[in-house]
Design a protein around this ligand. Sequence first.
Ligand SMILES: [Zn+2]
Length: 253
Amino acid sequence: MRIIILQKEKILLLLALFTLLGGLLFLFPLLYQAILARSRLGETTILIDPGHGGIDGGTQDYTGNLEKDINLAIARKIRAQLAQCGVQVVMTREEDTELAPYQPGRGGRHRRDLSARIERARKAKALFLVSIHCDWSTAAQRRGMVAFYYYRNPVGKNLALSIQEELNKVQPRPQKAAPGKYFILEQPGINGVIVEVGFLSNREEAALLQQPDYQEKVALAITQGILRVLPAAADRAAAAPTPPQTPPRCARL
Ligand SMILES: [Zn+2]
């Protein structure tokens, strides 16, 4: 009788062991994928670009609030939200500064400023460039947030569609992500979007854009739009063959 009980215990123990092993074998690949995805997210850098800055105020509302300040406030909130999710963020500017100073007698400051932003994205090896801007129209009733992309860049387009979907949960009338002609988006190797977070020519939308709570909501929509497409884009980037490296040039040869 005693022997039988022992055998039963052994069988139960063996069964428990097998179940545990089976569970581990089943769970391990999932766990491995999750750890891998997490580490890739940690290795992924997103460049957030608050448009304008310093001597370039961008557009403004009827009470003189400048676009550059709204862009920076929303960009900072996006950075904080992404950082909370373990994503590395680089900003093109942290403060109210231009990226290319005005130089008397030398034109093209705006283009130099944009080129500096692109350079930062390249240097950071950013997976995405997300540029924040405000719009202005002579039609005072016009309003709404739109994500723009370069039509020849499918990664940028996918990101824009995802951000737009989230923005549409925040705004009263849904808008469509749209192709746009922007110098910053047309650069090779840049997967970017320009998010126009509203019209400063629309009094109601301009007033909303001054409210920290509303800025937080807009930022969160953009963050969620980024996060939704980030793992797949990071996986594709990791799987893509690395371009051949140019050998370092030797000064003596
Ligand atoms: Zn702008």
